[in-house]
Write a protein that binds this ligand. Sequence first.
Ligand code: SF4
Length: 1009
Amino acid sequence: MTFLRQTAQRIFDTHGPSLRDVWVILPTRRAVSVFLDELAALSDRPFLAPHALAVDDFITQAAGVQLIDSVSLLFDLYDVFREIDPLVEFEQFIGWASVLLADFDRIDQYLISPNELFSYLTAAKTLERWQVDMPSTAKPITETPGTARYFKLFENLQTAYHALHERLNEQGLAYRGMAYRLLAQNVESLIRDNLIYERVYFVGFNALSRAEEHIIRVLVDAQKAELIWDADQYYMDDRRQEAGEFLRRYKENGWFFSKQNHADLAQQANNLLGSEKNIRVVGVPNASMQTKVAGKIYSEWQQAGHTGPGTNSGRSPKTAIVLADETLLVPVLYALDENVTDLNVTMGLSLRSSLMFTLVDTLFEMQRTVHEFRTRDGRDLKIPKFHHRHVVKLLNHPFLKQYERIRGLMWPGEVSPTGEVLSPEPLFQWIAKEIVKNQRVYLTEQEIRELGQDDPLMQVLFTRWPNEEPMKAIRTFYDLIDLLRDVYRTSQDAIEIEYLYLFFTLLKQLEATLERQGSTGDGARNGRHAKAQADVTVRSFRQFLYELIRQTSIPFTSEGKSQLQIMGMLETRALDFDRVIILSVNEGILPQSRKLNSLIPFDIASELFLPTYREQEAVMAYHFYRLLQRASDVVLLYTTSTDAYGSSKGEPSRFIRQLEHELVPRSNGLVRISHPTVRFGRSTDTVVADLTQLRVQKTERIREDLITLLTTKGLYPSYLNQFVSCSMRFYFSRIVNISEEEDIEEKMGAAEFGSWLHKVMERLDLDYRMKSIPIDETIIKNLLEEEFASSMKGRVIESGMNLLLYDLAQKLMLDFQRQQNALPGLTVIGTEQTLETHLTVSVEGRAPIRVRIAGKIDRIEQFGDQIRIVDYKTGKVDLSDKTPTGLTDKLLNDGKEDKMRQLWLYRYLALKNISDYGGLPRDRAKKDIFQAEGMPVEAGFYSFRDVNGGFKTNPVRFGDNDSPAQYIADSEDLLQQLIQRLLDLDEPFKKTDQIEVCQFCDYKGICGR
Ligand code: SF4
């Protein structure tokens, strides 16, 4: 029988159907609702229910006060502080205000004398200031405005506490702890001597605050009240069990227990050791996977129906999914089977988990960005501009995507200067692409609005908020809510609509409070408040808003009697379930790690018997064991990865260890514990199996596509390298055309650095070297700057990594050109030129094809009587100066020999062109030919990493006869083989065996490597 049913029975038996003057106080509102249901079930005839209340409601009601809302409380406290110290700044204040209010709450609930506590605190801080504990050699604290403010804060706490109480008292308001203190101080007149409270039951409590203790003791002494405990022998009798710490203390004190209590204690339940339990402990890799396992287990239980150990026949077993980490509520709701409709949620859903909050947060983040750089003359400049990351993040937000869709926002498309037709596409998608394409790291308000075609939403989102105008931010949010109305209407997501309502209410409250601050009162008071409003900047407004958002949640407090209850740990108080699934049973989460956010140092807190983390842990242990008392099926889920809950390091909670080593061995086999491993179904295995075998068979269609590619665009060394190193990669990149996702980097990457230097080299060759104009330092520096500006739009050279790379580029270019100038007999013949030829290849089952073989050459130069085909490399180049053994095999099959293959093809292209045209064509029409007949040809690299290393080559020779004709013939033979393999229908595209090739491959995620 559940605890609340037993309690209802007992109260009903004691008082009969006349419960009108009985008060039943329970820990939570849910417990109240369950209790009333249990009571109603005891009689067929109607009867007057007792006054059943959650303890917080009872206290405020009996104390005759109203709870103040959190926004007003914070502003009242701020006013109080400004009266004491006009120099207190809002921005600082908001940093510690909520911690201080939590401390006020605690000291009131524990009836700590404020004078005693605060004089302790002031004395402790004075000692800290004097540094009496420090050795005389230690460096003294230097008094700065910061330290002075810090010490001042502690000096003012006591005055602030009293002033706040006075201010709230005048208005009939109180915060929670204050209401407890008020009632404790007046319990005799307010309850004991008040005739409406005939009999008061306090049901299901464990750790009482000192105010609660006092209230209850007065009433028990006056024989007006009784406590009904829910305790188990297991933790009551074993002094080492922290779960029983408070109840044992009360039992030993003896002053709480009525006659009935003693009777209860004598026959105290022994549910933990004396009833059958099946406990499963499951570790899963991450937090959200727990929700999937929970959903699956619940479905299994549902399918199994009413059976199972401990479940009473004829009654559906009650199940609770308990979230030690309450942020998992939404994932749990999504993880439940679609047919689970009979459920209640009893917990808050934090506003922080909403999509609305992510939008607000991105907006604040975006507003903070400024374009910061140092000018050449050494000045630091900050220009307010939006950073592309935030802009793109915002444009990708689900609400904005939805808005774009509903409004049908499109970029109209255009015909590019090269004649390419660019078709229309969704506007926000196009803007994001444009930003990447043009490498726009920072954007001004104007630029982004223009891209957004002046859509009203773009106007609202991309308006800067000056730091001193928080009202502008509020107005933006109102406009945003207005514009997103259609989005909400279409989505009909009840939770998000509720979030929107909460957010709107918060804004209204904040706006009203800010306005009140600016307009109320007169004279000095008015002046002070106006100053207070001016103090609120966008930054502090954000802190304030976030603090309120943190405290705000959608309260799910349904009163239904569903089979499934989803709740946080604290909501389980006094409730019992047949089946329980607890999530995040990780050390650091259950119980919480040892941190208590407080201005009161630990030693002072323990000196005054304020609760510390030790008491908090004992409280949590009680909730945990109590929940297990009457449950028969228990599943404890925890995460095994270190990053899921940073502090827990993937450790199961100590409670799990205690069950394994203490409860189970003592239960005589009644409590069974198992550690099943979770498998995520066969489908995952299949996918993995498939990926390891991944192959793509060539179809006729694919072969036709390949032929089109080879005969039109042609075969470049890079394609061939890709095919030889991994044909699957070739397939992804050339057939499926999956390209790597583009991104903008503020810092230039290696590829951009390389292409920038390539451009500078090209211009130096074209504009100077090929025209025999001498190159000096100024020319190089100017070209570097010009090319940077044209190819790195939006990036700044003046600071950070870019500046370092800029200096490096300058040094490399100067060294390189110096070295080149010193080489007598070096002439540049062509730059950035494509060499091409055609090769007829026979293909099985169809007519031969004419393959274009091409290569874009960085530079063609003549050195002495030798023609050099040059490629620039940003990275290091290590080449052997001998022809490797097994050359043919290496060229055909070795994925790591990409450089050798490139040089082989370059030399082939050069020799073939000389053979066909008598020289090297310098234009597409092949009219301008550089005569090179009979000249030796070599292909090689200039490495930017080693400019002094000069021309690096690896002579690819097929045999002793290295005549151009023989080289061409040998090369064409190899090319034929490679192309035929590429088109061979019997050779599928498959993953490489050379794992090292995969290291920098973009398709790793797709192919499963
Ligand atoms: S990851 Fe490796 S196997 Fe997969 S496509 Fe890339 S190179 Fe080929």
